[in-house]
Structures are given as structure tokens and as C-alpha cells.
Design a binder for this molecule. Structure first.
Ligand code: TXA
Ligand code: MG
Length: 351
């Protein structure tokens, strides 16, 4: 199969998107841009399309897919009912980076929901994908458009690097604005349970109801219960070389990284602009952003992990960020990328 790349900014996009909608209705796969990461789309109402998505990604089929909808009205057709809290969150954060896990209606096949009685739904903000949803006329099941275990794609080129020849088309809508996957929550008994942190932060959700964080997001994998979002248990985002991240007190973190740069050979650094300026010249360094600029660090995180797949280093040493706001989502992805090798400096215990 030859994968076509359709430019969302081209003058004939309105016409081309109708053809892409038809490809989806007929069971084909079309990757699409969103504000978070690129998605690998198929008809969410078709068991056959879901099977094709799992095959294209090489993904275990017990890991359910997020279903993308144009609006709340379309979301209502996929669920048993919506509570006032769910409606309120959708009205506030849609279209945008918030996914809600709700009891599913019968039109969602078990292949799409990974056999669960619930379905994860979100309405993405990117105008090209809103146009695709309207052209398709069906909800679009879409995991991140990467091969299973690889970092999520934030450009159409990333999508093609993993999936060229495995899907019918990709829409090139430019680099993703946020760069990390959506926040996933469920709402039961008036409590918001956080399954995966993202750009809709815990602090933002607390304005609507108490937030309970899935313990599997905080602890080590072996110490915690099975995560509520099945996909959170899989190794993800891992670069080829082993990675260790130091977080906490800035000065201690910087002094450790500088001594590693002097002592060790064949290592790479994943650090802030400020820390990069302290390192000896000529080392492989991915400059992540300014310290504390979490929006930039989120946007560039997966590009940095991809970068180290192109540079032959034996180990990667990185610098973390704070745990509040978007920092929680960044540190959650780094925890997975490093296989839990996050070392807190000046904290009471190392984790
Ligand atoms: O930002 C995003 O959410 C992107 C874009 C494309 O929308 N999509 C995305 O999909 O990240 P994916 O498949 O890579 O991650 C979906 C996560 C997985 O961890 C999966 O286990 C979880 O959502 N999930 C899906 N349905 C669920 C359900 N019914 N209950 C619990 N977790 C669910
Ligand atoms: Mg994914």
C-alpha cells in the first residue's frame, strides 16, 4: 500500500477531506493531526477497522482505543448516558485535550473498547480533524499514530517514519501544539479519577470536583495496582539507550550532570538551555527549553526522545521539571521513558 500525505493547508483540502472521510467509512485508515499528538484513525463503529488499527500499530488488542467525536451531540450516541459533571467537563474543555471514560452504548464494538464496558471519548481541536470527522460522518477510533512502544508522533513525518505503507493516508496539519497525549479521566460518584495526566491539569479539574489520582501513576510499576488505563502498563516512549533523569534542586542537578559530562564517554544529555550552557562543548545535547517552561518542554519531549534514536550514545542523562501543572504529565512520560530511573536530588528519599 502506498500512503498518501495530504496537506491540510492546501487550497483543495476541503475536497480532499471528503475523499478521506469516504476512505474511513469504507474501512481504511487515515492518520490525523490533533493539538496533542497525531492519531491513527479508523471507523470506531467497525470491528474490522479496529482490528486493522491494532495490526498497523503492532498493538496488543486488549488496549482500548480513544474514540474521537465532532461534538457533545455525537458523544451522546456512544454512551449509556452522561452525568451533569461529564457534560460540564465536555462543555468546558472540548474541543481539546481531555478524554472521558464513560459506560459505552452497544454501537461501540468490543474490538474498539478492548473488551471493556466503557469507551474513552474526546473531541479534538485541530480544524483539519474536525473537517475529517464531519466528512466521515462516523466517530473515529484513534490511538497515537506510532508503532506500539515508540514515542507518540508530533509531526506527519514522524507518522510516516513508523506507518508508511501500513495506512491509506496521513493529513499533514503541522507540528502538534501541545505535544503530549490528552488527559484521561472518568467521573463516578461526583469524583474525577485521573488515569493519565495531560494538558488539562489536575489543578484545572479540581475547579469542578475532587480529583483522585490513579495510584499507578505515582508509584513504581511493581508497587502499584494495575493502572486504570490499560495502555499505561506498557513500556512506552523508550529511546534505544538507557535514560536517567535527575529532578529537584536545580543546582544539585546541574552539578551532577556537569560531573557526568566530564567523567563519562559516549553519553548524551537531555537538558534545559541553562544546563546546556554549563556542559563542555561538543557533546550530543538535546536542548529541551528554558527551565520551568513546561509548555515548550511538553511540545519538544517526544522530538527529544526521537533525536536520541539517531545519535549513537550508550546512555542518556536528563533533567526533570516540577510536578505541578503540566509538569506532572511531563514527569509521568519521563518516568516511562526512563523505566522509572528518576532520581530526586535534595528530596528525603530517592525514587
Ligand atoms: O491525545 C490523545 O489522547 C491521542 C490523540 C490521537 O487523541 N490518543 C492517544 O491514544 O494517546 P492512545 O491509544 O495512544 O492512548 C489511549 C489510552 C491508552 O492508555 C488506553 O489504555 C486508554 O487510553 N483507554 C482507552 N480506552 C479506555 C477505557 N475504556 N478505559 C480506560 N482506559 C482507556
Ligand atoms: Mg499511544
Amino acid at each position: 500500500m502506498k500512503t498518501i500525505c495530504v496537506d491540510a493547508g492546501a487550497p483543495d483540502f476541503a475536497k480532499r477531506v471528503k475523499e478521506l472521510g469516504q476512505i474511513l467509512r469504507e474501512g481504511g485508515l487515515v492518520a490525523f493531526p490533533t493539538e496533542t499528538v497525531y492519531g491513527l484513525g479508523g471507523n470506531a463503529l467497525s470491528a474490522e477497522s479496529a482490528r486493522k488499527i491494532y495490526a498497523a500499530k503492532g498493538r496488543p488488542s486488549d488496549n482500548p482505543l480513544i474514540v474521537h467525536v465532532a461534538d457533545i451531540a455525537q458523544a451522546r450516541t456512544l454512551v449509556k448516558s452522561l452525568s451533569p459533571l461529564e457534560e460540564k467537563l465536555m462543555e468546558t474543555f472540548w474541543p481539546g485535550p481531555l478524554t472521558l471514560v464513560c459506560p459505552k452504548s452497544d454501537i461501540i464494538p468490543p474490538e474498539t473498547s478492548g473488551g471493556l464496558s466503557t469507551v474513552a471519548i474526546r473531541s479534538p481541536a485541530h480544524p483539519a480533524t474536525q473537517a475529517l470527522l464531519r466528512a466521515a460522518g462516523v466517530p473515529i477510533a484513534g490511538p497515537s499514530a506510532n508503532l506500539s512502544g515508540k514515542p507518540s508522533p508530533t509531526t506527519a513525518a514522524d507518522v510516516l517514519a513508523d506507518l508508511s505503507g501500513r495506512i491509506e493516508a496521513v493529513i499533514d496539519g503541522g507540528p502538534c501544539e501541545i505535544g503530549l497525549e490528552s488527559t484521561i479521566v472518568s467521573c463516578a460518584d461526583g469524583v474525577i479519577t485521573l488515569y493519565r495526566p495531560g494538558a488539562v491539569t489536575t489543578e484545572m479539574l479540581e475547579a469542578f470536583a475532587p480529583v483522585s489520582v490513579d495510584p499507578a501513576l505515582l508509584g513504581k510499576a511493581d508497587a502499584a495496582a494495575a493502572p486504570k488505563a490499560p495502555g499505561m502498563k506498557y513500556r512506552h516512549y523508550a529511546p534505544r539507550a538507557p535514560m536517567t533523569v535527575y529532578a529537584g534542586d536545580a543546582e544539585s542537578v546541574q552539578s551532577i550532570l556537569v560531573s557526568l559530562a566530564i567523567e563519562k564517554r559516549n553519553i548524551g544529555f537531555f537538558v534545559s538551555e541553562e544546563t546546556a550552557a554549563l556542559l563542555p562543548a561538543g557533546l550530543p545535547v538535546f536542548i529541551w527549553g528554558r527551565r520551568g517552561d513546561d509548555a515548550t518542554m511538553a511540545r519538544r519531549l517526544f522530538a527529544g526522545l526521537h533525536y536520541f534514536d539517531t545519535v549513537p550514545v550508550e546512555a542518556i542523562y536528563g533533567e526533570g521539571t516540577g510536578m505541578t501543572g503540566m509538569g506532572f504529565a511531563i514527569m509521568n512520560r519521563l518516568t516511562k521513558a526512563t523505566g522509572y530511573h528518576i532520581i530526586m536530588k535534595n528530596a528525603e528519599t530517592d525514587t
